[in-house]
Design a protein around this ligand. Structure first.
Ligand code: MG
Length: 270
């Protein structure tokens, strides 16, 4: 009898501690009361000018490629800091991966951001599975959103790869919710909201990287966490501390994928 009441007392005690912890952590996420409905102009967000056409960069964006820079030298370098060798068609406003040209990366570094990018897989298509219109966007040079020709007319009988390697997959980690691919040669859009990972002063991971991806306007990754840096057949990728901002890379996987209208908005911590 005595034992039972002791167990009950301990149980109630643990419950109370849990409740206090839950309330205090919830309260910690709320904005401070003193700023609720505060008219202080310092609290107002910056005013920007949006565009009707999503291909056009809004006023607070950095344009990474608008089809006019023949050499790509203004915003891009190769992985080894050399001038890019990719082909640029300034009349049609696109750049194209050149075989053995190597990947390219932005000269500027980015952490949290919104990226708009348009791409087209080769027409007519050649190759299959991962050899068909493969490229990719590597946020911070590490976290990939896959680019691939995943267009299918016959529910994947005509064109198939593994689910976590198709277009808009977080490569090797998450397939997209749906396959929203357009035909080879047709322009497609990715709009991506990326949240950089966070490390504490000892290098311990305190927040994983996250993305939301819209493929041709449809949500295909909804606030999904990267398990770690992307890689081929990596079953247990590990985060390692890195800078808060790093360049974004575009992958050369040996296929002549085209890109146009690339712009980016840096996003603050919220
Ligand atoms: Mg790829």
């Amino acid at each position: 009898m005595k034992d039972k009441s002791m167990v009950m007392r301990i149980g109630v005690c643990l419950l109370s501690v849990g409740l206090v912890f839950a309330i205090s952590s919830y309260a910690g996420r709320r904005p401070p009361y003193e700023t609720v409905h505060d008219m202080d102009p310092a609290l107002l967000p910056p005013v920007i000018t949006p565009e009707d056409d999503p291909a056009k960069a809004p006023s607070d964006a950095i344009v990474l490629f608008d089809g006019k820079d023949k050499t790509l030298k203004a915003e891009w370098v190769t992985g080894r800091d050399n001038p890019p060798k990719w082909k640029v068609d300034t009349e049609k406003g696109y750049m194209e991966i050149v075989k053995k040209g190597g990947g390219i990366r932005t000269k500027k570094s980015f952490g949290n951001c919104q990226l708009h990018i348009e791409w087209a897989s080769p027409k007519p298509p050649t190759g299959k599975s991962q050899g068909r219109g493969n490229s990719g966007i590597y946020f911070m040079g590490k976290y990939e959103v896959q680019i691939l020709d995943s267009y299918t007319e016959d529910n994947y009988k005509d064109n198939r790869t593994y689910a976590d390697g198709q277009a808009a997959a977080l490569y090797g980690q998450y397939p997209p919710i749906v396959n929203a691919c357009r035909k080879p040669g047709e322009w497609q859009t990715y709009d991506i909201s990326f949240l950089a990972p966070k490390f504490d002063k000892d290098g311990k991971l305190v927040r994983r990287a996250r993305v939301t991806v819209w493929h041709n306007g449809l949500t295909v990754q909804n606030n999904v966490e990267y398990w770690g840096p992307s890689g081929h057949k990596k079953k247990n990728p590990q985060y390692r501390r890195h800078e808060e901002k790093l360049p974004i890379s575009l992958q050369d996987h040996g296929n002549p994928v085209r890109f146009r209208n690339i712009w980016i908005r840096e996003l603050p911590e919220q």
